[in-house]
Design a protein around this ligand. Sequence first.
Ligand code: SF4
Ligand code: SF4
Length: 206
Amino acid sequence: MSDRLSFPDDEAIHPWLSRLLEAYQITDEGVAEGIRRETEQGRTLACARGCAACCRSHTTIPVYPLELVGISWYVTEKLEGDLRTRLKRQLREYSEQPGCPFLVDDVCAIHPLRPMACRQFNVFDRVCAEGEDAYFTRRQDVLTPIKTYTDRAFDVTLPFYGIEKKSERREAIKEGSIHRIAKVLRECNWDSLAEKMEAYDRNRDT
Ligand code: SF4
Ligand code: SF4
């Protein structure tokens, strides 16, 4: 079972954070189970820390509104030191740069709060070539997320969007209506997040 990330003080202030962390725990459990099933079939996970060609090449990573709130909170209130300074600059300059705005020295600066799509993208047997999106070049090597876990993960986020009743949540999952509110990570206004970080820093220093 995956450990659930825990930020007790922040969760007491932000109820949405508990939902998001629970969704990520379920997602991570589903990914671990999917990888376990594949490795039992003799496959080898190619993904490893510092392997980041996917973060440079993928252009259509979906990110949901609750995830954006989580990313905004994490980078604004939790990132410190050199990583914070560098990420802020990178977000400022993002429109001119290729790759994911959160990739710093081939490491994901928001790794604990990275979107569900990033958590679920895992490739077997061979590391992706630079510029390759294995989903299109060799779909058979890409982990297929286990639907029951994905559905449960989305289900716990639905009250954030005002979909609270069990029957309505079930319908939303079945119809896939949640996917209509996803944004594309690369197309978000990251400059405004850099501004938010700066405003937070100014308030902290005064
Ligand atoms: S998806 Fe490809 S590039 Fe990304 S970590 Fe896995 S093997 Fe490396
Ligand atoms: S959010 Fe993190 S894991 Fe996802 S593409 Fe960006 S750097 Fe990679």
